[in-house]
Design a protein around this ligand. Sequence first.
Ligand SMILES: [Zn+2]
Length: 258
Amino acid sequence: MATVDIVLRGFSVVTSEGNFAPCGVYLVRADDGRTLVYDSAHAGRRMKLLNALERRGIDPDRVDVVVASHGHWDHVQNFDVFKRAELLAHADELAYLAAPDPGDHATPAWTRDLFAGARGVADGEELLPGVRALHLPGHSPGSLGLAVETADGVAVISGDAVASSAAALAGFCPNVFFDAEKADASLKRVVELADVVYPGHDRPFRITGATAEFLTDIRPMTVGVGGLPAEVVTVEARTGLQRLLHGAARQSSTKGNR
Ligand SMILES: [Zn+2]
């Protein structure tokens, strides 16, 4: 049976001065000994990523496969760390990255350079023994998850198709850059299929009735803020959902085109 390990925790930090966007990075070890890394986070977490891999005895040069959940900046900036891995993404995402919408702030035009040499995969394709590709469109055109057969049942690594347990419980995708209807259908597909969800920006969880049961505890976190006097910084913890339809007019005009 394959195993799934958390390399970097996903969570969410949004400030009035911008979004830090720490995504989950996951390691899959297949039965045949091959290793797969799902997402790579952004360059602000590169040292954290390297240290986390080292603690797990993983040499980045020996990782076999890297899977991109999608092209958003916060997931893609450390692919180059894995020098010999095959980079996989959904074919629709690669097509979109060739000419991303200029209004898509999460997918700058330079993103395509990070995907040079990537291979496009399709829904249902077996990437490693016990590891299948899931096309989960909506958050982006080619959002790609993984269904992994583990000893604990089916683990779905979802990327931002299911960014959080709150989204899974609410039953809709709150953060849509492409197609809201498809995003909601993808979220439902994950919730129905998964025994455990490894989300884009939250701790892994199981859905048990109307609540989420988390697989890991929250560790204490130190936050340093430079350049600002303490009295002007306020911290508000919240788990509320917002439907952030990116360019609603554009979405309705392009729906179904990609
Ligand atoms: Zn995203």
